[in-house]
Structure formats: structure tokens, C-alpha cells
Design a protein around this ligand. Structure first.
Ligand SMILES: C[S@@+](CC[C@H](N)C(=O)[O-])C[C@H]1O[C@@H](n2cnc3c(N)ncnc32)[C@H](O)[C@@H]1O
Length: 262
């Protein structure tokens, strides 16, 4: 299968032609709860989960970004239905992260706080092989003594501890949405683009240069753009001709930026 291109088709068809155990990472956001029309296309989550399981390498991951709509006063729980479908397909639900929005679309949520996040599930085929964690620096860098408080007072232990200089970031990630989520004005012709930083953080965490990143719902091409700029190979499926054209025009602004890793 030719790499670094968007296939204008249903992802079920792309997956059917792909070699088994080919993908290092999928990062995607499905059309959920008919929140947007997307030219009338629908998708069967169980079939897609099964296809992704077959085509993901052992140790590879799927980052599935999804939320819930509120219907008749209650949340649909679509996100958790999807998580169960992926578990049933054979994936390990490795982690549930939060994609929080710094500037969510203003809306009146009735007797609820303002909706400002989506789930970012990490489904792994077995245990994730690659994990390059994002970290934050810690202030305390001096060695410190460990001690125990006993009945007779403080009892210093023999060894010193060196405090860690950094720690992994929390699993709740905060991003700007809307116009500051990409510098490509053209991207906003699509109604639901990923913040580029979200895609960058996840691709950096779960893959290395030259790995293959797939997006089964490519939309405006955010995954392709970021994967390319990070030196990863990529593949995408997008069922709407209008969005394939949009993503290709967007990508043409960046494909010369650096060579794609071999
Ligand atoms: C939430 S959007 C993805 C947006 C994308 N993350 C971005 O940054 O632009 C979902 C996309 O999936 C496409 N789509 C829906 N069903 C599909 C299917 N079965 N196969 C491939 N694409 C599909 C829609 O046309 C839509 O563009």
C-alpha cells in the first residue's frame, strides 16, 4: 500500500487492503452521535475496532478522541460504548486521558457545568512498545535524607535520595480550540479539526521517527501534516471528496518542509 497519502474511501475499505500488523499508531476522532452531518456518512464502530486490531502491530496503539452528546437530558455514553467495543475487539484499554478545551464553545448547559472536554482513550494491542513521556521540570533538585519517625524519635536512614528533576505530565491535556489550534486558515473549512498540539503530543509519545501513523477519519488532514513534520510516515482515509481535497490543499503547504523519514 502506498504510504503518505489519503485514500478517498470508507476506512473499512482501506483497512481491508492493509497488511496485518502494519500500523504503529492510529490517532483519530470519529464522527460521534451525529453531532455533525459529514455529508451523511455513518460508521460501524465494532467493525472498525476489529479492523484496527488486525492491522495494528503488537505493541501499537489507537488514540481515540471522543465525547458524548446530551440527549433528552442525559449523556449518550457513546464514548464508553466505543471503549467497550475496542476492548471486545481485543485491545487493552491502556489509558483514559482527557482532552480539555481552554476556550470551549459557549453554550448554556442548563443545570450542568460548561462542557469543556473529550475523552482520549489509548487502546493498545498488548502493552505499548513505545512510550516517550512528556515531562515537566520539578523545582526541588537537592538530595534529601529519608527518615522514619519511631517511638524514640526521628531515625535517619543510611542512604540519601536524589529528588527527580522532572515528572510525567498529568493525563489531562489542555488545548486551545478554534482559530488558534492551527495556523492553516484553510483547515477551518472543516467543522471539527484537532488542535495540532494535541496530535503532536500524542504522536511524540507513542511513536518514533519512521513509524507509521494512521488516521481513519482524516478530515482536514491534521494528523497527516503533524506526522509528516515529525518525520513519521502516515496514511489516512476520508470518505468525503470535499475534505480529501481540503486536506490535500492543506498538506501541499507543508510537504516540502522536511523529507519524510524512510
Ligand atoms: C471528527 S472529523 C475528523 C477531523 C480531523 N481530526 C481533523 O483534524 O480535521 C471526522 C471525519 O471522518 C469522516 N468520515 C466519517 N465516516 C467515515 C468513514 N467511515 N471512513 C472515512 N472517513 C469517514 C468525515 O467526513 C469527517 O471528515
Amino acid at each position: 500500500m502506498e504510504l503518505n497519502r489519503i485514500y478517498h474511501e470508507n476506512c473499512i475499505d482501506t483497512l481491508a487492503r492493509m497488511a496485518d500488523d502494519a500500523i504503529d499508531m492510529t490517532i483519530t476522532s470519529p464522527p460521534y452521535d451525529d453531532l455533525r452531518e459529514y455529508n451523511g456518512y455513518h460508521f460501524p464502530v465494532e467493525e472498525i475496532a476489529a479492523g484496527l486490531f488486525q492491522k495494528t502491530k503488537p505493541g501499537g496503539v489507537v488514540i481515540w478522541v471522543v465525547g458524548d452528546r446530551t440527549v433528552n437530558g442525559g449523556e449518550t455514553l457513546t464514548s464508553f460504548r466505543h471503549a467497550i467495543a475496542f476492548k471486545d475487539a481485543g485491545f487493552n484499554v491502556h489509558d483514559t486521558m482527557i482532552y480539555a478545551k481552554n476556550n470551549p464553545i459557549p453554550s448554556d448547559c442548563g443545570k450542568r457545568y460548561r462542557q469543556c472536554f473529550e475523552y482520549m482513550f489509548c487502546f493498545a494491542k498488548g502493552k505499548p512498545e513505545t512510550f516517550n513521556p512528556l515531562t515537566v521540570a520539578l523545582k526541588q533538585e537537592k538530595a534529601f535524607k529519608s527518615f522514619r519517625i519511631t517511638k524514640v524519635g526521628r531515625n535517619d536512614l543510611a542512604h540519601d535520595h536524589v529528588a527527580p528533576k522532572e515528572r510525567k505530565v498529568n493525563k489531562s491535556f489542555l488545548y486551545n480550540v478554534g482559530t488558534s489550534s492551527s495556523r492553516d486558515k484553510i483547515a477551518f473549512q472543516h467543522p471539527a479539526i484537532f488542535p495540532e498540539k494535541l496530535v503532536e503530543d500524542q504522536i511524540t509519545t507513542w511513536t518514533n521517527e519512521g513509524d507509521l501513523v494512521y488516521d481513519c477519519f482524516m478530515g482536514s488532514g491534521t494528523t497527516a501534516k503533524v506526522a509528516h513534520l515529525l518525520g513519521r510516515n502516515w496514511l489516512g482515509s476520508e470518505v468525503s471528496a470535499e475534505y480529501v481535497d481540503l486536506a490535500e490543499r492543506r498538506l501541499s503547504l507543508h510537504l516540502d518542509a522536511i523529507p519524510v523519514a524512510a
